[in-house]
Ligand binder design. Structure first.
Ligand code: SF4
Length: 355
């Protein structure tokens, strides 16, 4: 019988095997009275050889394979459709084992292939400009499902991902444990081997998640969606601001930078006539000028559910100038893949384009 020491509930329905960390696989094999090298063998079959079913694990005893198959699913996710945009980004719709669907997007750029991963089915946070938030929340993804998004992305796109951004559907810090497990699995040198600095976690400003991440000792990039310089406007755009206001959020970000030595990127979707005036730029500059950080200005990706328009290039340039004069490093990011209209499309491009 399988033990529950892996943290996986063995009694319930099967879980994606790709969601087990190396340590969990070792614990699992120990519970099956198997030597520790068995875990390394299974890991290689899963993450290096990328086998398609249990029977291909030829050096694993048949009885062990049968036991594992009773508790873990192999590939629980299937591509159901895909769509390429004019800029060659590829959006894939994936069907999950319970019939739910998620989307992920592959964004090519010179010397990099970025996959924008979803962390939840739907989202609780209901940002005004986001189509995903409007359809409500269904469930969080298991770590294995997020790893499978990358494996499926590689299969559908035909290239190994080099960068990962947790900027798809859902709020990563609302599914913290699974997201961090997925990060550790895809960061493992045997397998997808995506360096921590090539992994970005994006949050709408969940302060406890920022505080926990600071203590993880990981070199991942952190991106915080700000989108407004004050509470009144930010609450209108992002209801999460009622709970985690601008002041406490920026304090948590400062603390994160002090503790980790890592710069945070603030995302700011520029919405015509809403958050793009000179006084907004000056207010933002005032709050960030003493703070070592980066600001990505992203002209709004227009979605049907929200009537806002993107700021004009002149206004974006004014914003960059005002921030720059205050010593704040601000950059324009184009919305590659935005025509695909998936999830936090406001943000997706911002990391995909860095050289
Ligand atoms: S922008 Fe992100 S956090 Fe906000 S509703 Fe959309 S998916 Fe959720």
């Amino acid at each position: 019988m399988l033990t529950g020491e892996t943290g996986v509930d063995m009694k319930s329905e099967t879980k994606p095997i790709h969601g087990l960390t190396r340590n969990e696989l070792v614990e699992l094999c120990a519970g099956l009275n198997q030597p520790s090298y068995r875990a390394a063998q299974i890991w290689r079959w899963l993450h290096v050889n990328r086998v398609g079913d249990w029977q291909q694990m030829t050096n694993i005893p048949a009885a062990i394979r049968t036991q594992l198959a009773g508790s873990f699913s192999f590939f629980s996710m299937q591509a159901e459709g895909s769509k390429k945009s004019a800029d060659t980004s590829l959006k894939v719709l994936a069907r999950l084992h319970d019939g739910e669907t998620v989307e992920f997007v592959v964004i090519p750029a010179p010397r990099r292939t970025t996959v924008c991963v979803s962390s939840q089915v739907g989202c609780k946070f209901d940002c005004a400009f986001c189509a995903s938030g409007r359809s409500g929340f269904t469930r969080s993804l298991d770590a294995g499902e997020m790893v499978e998004e990358l494996l499926l992305a590689e299969k559908e796109y035909g290239e190994k991902p080099t960068h990962v951004v947790f900027m798809g559907i859902g709020e990563p810090f609302d599914n913290y444990d699974n997201v961090l497990k997925a990060v550790r699995i895809i960061n493992d040198q045997e397998g997808l081997a995506i360096g921590a600095r090539r992994i970005t976690i994006s949050t709408c400003g969940i302060i406890p998640g920022i505080e926990r991440l600071a203590g993880e000792g990981l070199q991942v990039e952190l991106s915080v969606s700000l989108h407004a310089p004050n509470d009144e406007l930010r609450t209108r755009l992002m209801p999460v601001n009622r709970r985690y206001g601008v002041g406490p959020l920026l304090d948590a970000c400062r603390q994160y930078t002090q503790q980790t030595g890592r710069l945070i990127t603030f995302e700011y979707a520029m919405i015509r006539g809403v958050n793009d005036s000179r006084s907004h730029a000056e207010e933002l500059a005032g709050k960030l000028k003493s703070f070592q950080c980066r600001v990505n200005l992203i002209p709004l990706s227009e979605v049907e559910e929200y009537g806002g328009k993107a700021s004009t290039p002149e206004v974006v340039n004014m914003f960059i100038k005002v921030l720059g004069e205050a010593g704040v490093n601000a950059t324009l990011r184009n919305s590659r893949g935005s025509e695909l209209k998936a999830a936090c499309g406001q943000l997706r491009a911002s990391h995909a384009r860095k050289a």
